[in-house]
Design a protein around this ligand. Structure first.
Ligand code: C5P
Length: 239
């Protein structure tokens, strides 16, 4: 892809492999990988640390408004910095995950997050993943993907990931948690998780991350060249 200003939106349920795929894809394209879930996580983490109720709308909004979130390359990986502090690890605890719905369901917080995400991606050259990227944040993104996988497969992947990180959790508990999060993400009143109009759906249940990235690159190439043909930019002749 010669054009480096595209926005690639990837949405999908928890454990579908969005972050692995988005990171690999961004690396291949020389784009910046943005994990929008990390932004909701960091507000949840900061509110928990501050010790106020996660239902205190006023305090949450004030906190979100005064928070500076930066994605920066650090030791070859893109990390999230909250007011200058690296939070990538701290925001991935089960406690944060269990409380994130208070933040993700809050329409005023979502409004603030969406604005920040739009600002972060305004010049393109990004792969942003989350739940509402193709529907709300960048509905006009050049490329939109919806990454899915069966709940069992997603739970299996999470289980292996936790094992790797030394986090103890049973497969059945993880599956239960995934189903609860699916339900919450798909049924919330504001910006529920759904397939964006025009998005390409990929079921990764039986695919490796490399195969998924390969398929996405194939689709991008196909869509890009058909657009160029339609725009009359590309002129071809012969068989
Ligand atoms: O992607 P991750 O699992 O880290 O996201 C954590 C939670 O943040 C999700 O379960 C979802 O509730 C919320 N989220 C969201 N909108 C996004 C990204 C994440 O509501 N764009």
């Amino acid at each position: 892809m010669k054009n480096k200003s595209f926005v690639i939106a990837i949405d999908g349920p928890a454990g579908a492999g969005k972050s692995t795929i988005a990171r690999l894809l961004a690396g291949k394209l020389g784009y910046v990988y943005i994990d929008s879930g990390a932004m909701y996580r960091s507000i949840t983490w900061a509110a928990m640390r501050a010790g106020f109720s996660l239902q205190d709308d006023k305090k949450l909004v004030a906190l979100a408004k005064k928070t500076k979130l930066c994605f920066k390359k650090h030791q070859r990986q893109v990390k999230l910095f909250m007011n200058g502090k690296a939070v990538t690890k701290a925001i991935r605890t089960p406690e944060v995950t269990a409380n994130i719905c208070y933040i993700a369901d809050n329409p005023r917080i979502r409004q603030i997050m969406v604005k920040l995400q739009q600002r972060i991606g305004q010049h393109g050259g990004i792969v942003m993943e989350g739940r509402d990227i193709g529907t709300k944040v960048f509905p006009a993104a050049e490329f939109k993907f919806y990454l899915d996988a069966s709940a069992q497969e997603r739970a299996r992947r999470r289980f292996l990931e936790f094992k790797d990180r030394g986090v103890k959790a049973s497969l059945s508990d993880i599956l239960k948690d995934i189903k609860i999060r699916d339900h919450k993400d798909k049924t919330r009143a504001v910006s529920p998780l759904k397939k964006a109009r025009g998005s390409i759906v990929i079921d990764s249940s039986k695919m490796t991350p490399e195969q998924v990235v390969g398929k996405i690159l194939e689709k991008i190439k196909a869509v890009d060249s058909s657009r160029q043909r339609r725009a009359g930019i590309e002129r071809c002749a012969g068989s």
